[in-house]
Ligand binder design. Structure first.
Ligand code: NAP
Length: 297
């Protein structure tokens, strides 16, 4: 059940924006969003809230009445789609919403993960998707939103390697149907296919949840990364993962997911306020300690 008394206390403190998830205590969004709001003289109106999947419909009704904006993380991005009054074309295509914009009690859903990764890839590697070959590891929500976006931005081919092969193949079919990108799916454990894909691609995007824990092994056999490879590697996790270490040891460029979070957060901020956010302030806000002050409940 939603904790209404904590939510009402938050409203009294002028909280009007929330990031929700389960879990959500690790989220860096309050630090970076409040830095952008402060820099625009708009106070400190953003906090995090743990919401169980079963409470999502009730939360969306509360948000429509009392809030201005929401970010959503695992496991809500897909489940929230039918609860919105309207969703953007991009969110409709990728079946994922990470931003709610609330105007006059109406809930408008959008997806900023795609623009976020495009921003990050350019910032980290000067990478633009046009005519590029991309290998995705993982086929969950993050892959879905970002692969669709990069396909629509002109990527030449996308291979999706996943543990559950059928998920990768279905997503690849949808991407091929809705864009001019040539997409296919394969088994992440198929060393022959993976070796060829690694040697041919311009970019590897690590979008599995392997690496969230310090002890997690890389999602692929890193012996497959050889001197034939020329790719840049972007890991959506914002930590130094085992995969990034292996890639750098082979002399290739690697970057973690921090800039993606900043890019998607900046896009959400623009949707809510119509103001260009102070990115330098957001970067400093990301580095702030996770403050319990920013937790509603
Ligand atoms: P998700 O929907 O739960 O998907 C998880 C993916 O990881 C699935 O493809 C799953 O494969 C795969 N996986 C899980 N454990 C695995 C293992 N042991 N070996 C191989 N594959 C495994 O999660 P998501 O929303 O896509 O998020 C994925 C990652 O992206 C997370 O680490 C998240 O932190 C990150 N992310 C970062 C940002 C950012 O701004 N930087 C934004 C969004 C997400 P199966 O399909 O076989 O289960």
């Amino acid at each position: 059940m939603l904790n209404y008394s904590a939510l009402m206390r938050a409203l009294d403190k002028n909280i009007r924006y929330l990031v929700i998830g389960d879990p959500v205590s690790h989220s860096r969004s309050p630090g970076l969003q409040n830095a952008a709001f402060r820099s625009a003289n708009l106070g400190r109106p953003y906090a995090r809230l743990q919401v169980d999947v079963s409470d999502l419909p009730e939360f969306v009704r509360f948000a429509a009445e009392h809030l201005k904006g929401v970010n959503l993380t695992v496991p809500h991005k897909h489940a929230v789609v039918p609860l919105c009054d309207e969703i953007s074309q991009q969110a409709k295509l990728c079946g994922s919403v990470n931003t709610l914009n609330i105007i006059g009690g109406r809930v408008l859903g959008d997806s900023t993960d795609g623009p976020g990764i495009e921003y990050a890839l350019f910032k980290e590697f000067g990478f633009v998707p046009g005519a590029k070959k991309i290998l995705f590891l993982g086929a969950g929500g993050a892959c879905r939103a970002t692969a669709f976006h990069l396909a629509l931005r002109g990527a030449d081919s996308i291979i999706i390697a996943n543990r559950t092969v059928s998920k990768a193949q279905e997503l690849a079919k949808e991407i091929s149907r809705n864009s001019s990108c040539n997409a296919s799916g394969c088994d992440i454990a198929d060393k022959t296919q993976l070796k060829t894909a690694l040697a041919e691609c311009d970019l590897v995007i690590q979008a599995t949840s392997c690496g969230l824990k310090e002890s997690d092994p890389p999602p692929i056999d890193t012996n497959l990364i050889t001197s034939d490879c020329h790719f840049d590697c972007f890991d959506t996790i914002y930590k130094e993962t085992a995969l990034l270490k292996a890639v750098r040891a082979c002399g290739l460029r690697g970057a973690g997911g921090k800039q993606m979070l900043i890019g998607q957060g900046a896009a959400s901020f623009r949707i809510w306020t119509g103001i260009e956010p102070d990115i330098t302030a957001m970067e400093a806000g990301f580095e702030e300690d996770i403050s319990q002050e920013d937790t509603v409940c």
